[in-house]
Ligand binder design. Structure first.
Ligand SMILES: [Zn+2]
Length: 297
């Protein structure tokens, strides 16, 4: 009897440590070291949703006065992000920019001091304020500084320009331009080479998506490098291709809808993978459901 009790206590203890480890992020897949993008800009990569999922790409911009972090991955990754930053610089994190509301881009805000300058587009702040992860005490990790269409953070060679060009993935996606480095971080407006996640609950729009991409491409000049939301660092040419893909994809979905096809039929019949090499169609169905719901309104 006593032995059983001791055993149960051990088992319960082990389960408790596993939960604790998970809470502290230890059971999660580890982050890779930051990879240099250019000069004083780095990215902590990974990943697309799956078993190794850690969240979106995280930009690490080392300025004269401190470190700007763009997107904070899933919750539990704060200590690991800080470890990776320590390998690059001793400077403190002074600014966090969240490209949009999702938990894989805002999840580890809470690991940073509340004195950090948290920045986001105003709709993203409103969306984040609705998340349980930012309720009560955690509201201190919400963006304090917001903007509507455009804002500049920092100055001189440390300047970051933030732009909002309209809805797509959500209704508050920031386009982040590291001006002197000619680098653009897109957040999930350009996450991967497939249909996007269209988060209607947070104001996203499939119909507007290609138009917003076109506005961003027209409005953001002088960029040589693009950091997407969930895929490897690439070039503006790939972003331009994504805009073409999205324009064509949405037109095909709208045509299928008009022709009376069901979302399932549309997901089967539409296929742009041959025309766009390297593109997948793993996310068509979910995205088509979102567009169909949008067209019904
Ligand atoms: Zn997202």
């Amino acid at each position: 009897m006593q032995r059983i009790t001791v055993l149960s206590a051990l088992v319960a203890g082990a389960a408790f440590s596993a939960i604790l480890a998970a809470q502290q992020g230890q059971a999660r897949p580890p982050l890779p070291d930051a990879q240099k993008v250019k000069d004083n800009l780095w990215v902590i990569t990974q990943s697309t949703p799956g078993p190794d999922f850690t969240g979106g790409n995280t930009g690490i911009f080392v300025t004269d006065t401190g470190v700007v972090v763009v997107d904070t991955k899933l919750s539990g990754y704060g200590p690991s992000i800080l470890d990776k930053i320590k390998k690059i610089t001793d400077k403190p994190v002074t600014t966090i920019i969240n490209t949009h509301t999702h938990g894989d881009h805002t999840g580890s805000n809470e690991a940073f001091p509340a004195t950090v300058d948290f920045v986001a587009q105003e709709n993203t702040k409103a969306n984040m304020a609705k998340m349980p992860a930012f309720a009560g005490e955690k509201a201190q990790f919400l963006p304090k500084r917001t903007y509507k269409d455009r804002m500049t953070v920092g100055s001189g060679k440390n300047e970051i320009d933030l732009y909002y060009f309209g809805p797509g993935h959500t209704n508050g996606d920031s386009w982040v331009v590291y001006k002197s480095l000619r680098v653009l971080q897109t957040g999930d407006m350009f996450a991967w080479r497939d249909a996007p996640t269209i988060d209607r609950g947070n104001g996203g729009s499939g119909v507007e998506y290609p138009k917003t991409l076109a506005k961003a491409i027209a409005g953001i000049k002088d960029v040589d490098i693009v950091i997407p939301g969930h895929s490897p660092v690439t070039t503006p040419k790939d972003l331009q291709e994504y805009q073409k893909f999205m324009a064509e994809w949405i037109a095909a979905v709208e045509a299928a809808n008009k022709a009376g096809k069901s979302a399932d039929e549309a997901a089967t019949s539409i296929d742009l993978t041959a025309k766009y090499p390297g593109y997948k169609k793993e996310r068509y169905k979910t995205a088509i459901d979102a567009v169909y719901a949008e067209l019904k309104k």
